[in-house]
Design a protein around this ligand. Sequence first.
Ligand SMILES: *Cc1c(COP(=O)(O)O)cnc(C)c1O
Length: 394
Amino acid sequence: MNKQEIMEAEARYLVRTYARSEVVFARGEGAYLYDESGRRYLDFAAGIAVMALGHSDPEWAQAVADQARLLTHVSNLFHTEPHVALARRLVENSFADRLFFCNSGSEANEAALKFARKWAKRAGSEAKNRVVAFSGGFHGRTVGALSVTAKAGYREPFAPLMPGVTFIPLNDLAAAAKAITPETCAVIVEPVQGEGGVSPATAGFLHGLRELCDQNRALLIFDEVQCGLGRTGTLWAHQGYGVQPDIMTLAKPLAGGLPIGVALVTEDVAQVMEPGDHGSTFAAGPLVCRAACVVFDRVSDPSFLAAVRAKAGHLSDRLRGLPSPHLVEVRGAGLLLGVEFNRPVKPLVAQAARRGLVVISAGENVLRLCPPLIVEQQQIDEAVDILASALSEW
Ligand SMILES: *Cc1c(COP(=O)(O)O)cnc(C)c1O
């Protein structure tokens, strides 16, 4: 099919849930994507902060090919080695004692909410079922995850959703102190908000949430689906804050582009779950877990993380130097950066694509940069130069 035929078929056969850019990508290598005509683009979206090792990483591709020839799926009714190998890596390198595997960020947050509900029934009363979430927060599109996602436009067409959710502003500890009560079973927060505009929580705020959760016997859930696994320059985003959660959810980058989700939990949370309480047919198959082990081993290497921090510093310095009267602020953490402008960035995203740079937005006015973590300094310079030239025509 040529480009036109592909776009027409998409419009004919798919439910219209996406407004796609007018580009058809055919392959990728490292930090570059190639469209159907062979044109090269620098990829500073990485499939929404997914492709941490870049595209077509040789070690990852070899592991996937080898495992596909060995064993792809048998279901969770049987033992296999790769999911245990991955679970050991994640547990031994985090606050957690145990974990639950699923297939996406939404599913990881569904698991976290179900765990919190059951934990609270055991810890308190039936009334202890409320959840506190934050403006700008994004936790997914399934009914439970959507119920704690702030944007009204995402939620309202599907109401009524899960009841008992209170939204309060991020970094407003006074509001949190009012909202978190003994009836709260969980507080769910992204240490660095992604979709909602690339807004980091402050350290004082996360420490305050930890204290309020402890005082009210509520679970603190960190959604690190986007900001976790090296993206901020530490293995987990919360390590930059020195605050530990009771549950952490992961997904986007973990399996190098294959679908996976994880809810990591403390023993206190894990012990309320019994066989039959939750499950998934596809979760933690040998193929996806073998792929994830490759990603985890590479990203968790201290020298890899040090390189992320160095490159992140360079990118944020260069972004701060962008010449634009419309630039409001550069913010974020590590290689998850947002550039806020005083007007919608959609035309800028399109201009950048025309000049061979793929970037995405995070809300109306914020340009989001989340390149593969293997991006090189010279590619960062190239990307910022393209942005500067796109800005000059904006
Ligand atoms: C993308 C995202 C999700 C949802 O993940 P899906 O895999 O799309 O279900 C949840 N939380 C955060 C922070 C995300 O960025």
